[in-house]
Write a protein that binds this ligand. Sequence first.
Ligand code: SF4
Length: 382
Amino acid sequence: MLPKHEGSRALKQFSIATSTLVNPEMNRWREQGGRFMGYFCSAMPVEMITAAGLFPFRVRATGSTGTELSDSYFSSINCSFPRHAFNMALNGDFDFLDGLVVFNSCDHVRRAYDHWVHQLKTPFVQILSLPKKTEAPQIEWFTDELRIFKERMQDFYRVEITDEKLQEAITQHNRSRRLLRDLYATRKADNPPITGAEMLAVTVAGSAMPQDVYARLLDELVDETKGMEGHAGYRARLMLTGGLLDNPEYLETIEGQGGLIVADALCYGSRTLWKDVDENAADPLVALAQYYIADRPSCPRMYTEYPKRTNYIREMVREFRVDGVIFQRLSFCETWGLEQYSMTNDFKEWNIPLLCLEREYVPGGTGQLKTRIQAFLEALGR
Ligand code: SF4
């Protein structure tokens, strides 16, 4: 097992924010009269929620122990993430939300929205339509969706979301993205200072902390990494890609077999931070639509972007000197299912070792995962 940085206050806080659903920073926000807007999916322009003075909280099912309540609403061939999330909602774990915004990112999440509207009493619930392509007509369409969302939030929360406030929020979230890229850059070293599991805890925490607190802790960690002893003696440099993954324990199990995760293309990871929103655009809503639909690295929801997505991964493989790529997806996730098929063929052709794994949102035993990783490391000749 790779040694942890027990001494890092920042890493400790990020780990608490990721391993619990509600963390001390959220309690502090509530005590100060703050309100929470929950959202599903990284395509959500969190800057809009920040500009409305609300706390953007990305819905996770951290701590879920089962789906006994939501099983009446979902079939067993539905993705386990919305099933666990909705089970926690029925259990009252999301009663702290003052609002929820959902994308029709996939049919499983769409179904969660339908049930949420009918079964729960969240004061404000909004569904937004996410295009499947990334060209001018889609960006225009998405800009209109964001205008609708902005007007509805203004009416319901009696707030004014001005262009200035949107600009300020864009600058604030971009700052965190830049600090996160600084942290990612440290992982290009022979002996990276932080593990893949620690890095995921850092990025997931960004969806459960006020941005000012988050940026302050990131600043601290960037400084700390300069003096940190790097990880040596690992067997191979690995990269993680694929669908939704918000649990660092999964990465700890992988890294526990001797590989070190030095890069990723996850929607809780580099895909949320590799690019910045344009801070000089005339209309901040257009800038947000451009960024979330076309500029940031996409997921397979965007049908025409497969070449761009694989180029992004290949670029990272080069930049971070990756020995092998691990693709993981939740069972029954069609969105990533098709991608897996295409990648398996192409990565063979490109001579990039690829391991494909399927999993449940709440991991069962780790035995099989450990065996697969050990075999992959041996296949890499490490
Ligand atoms: S992992 Fe796949 S199926 Fe599950 S919510 Fe995400 S896109 Fe939908």
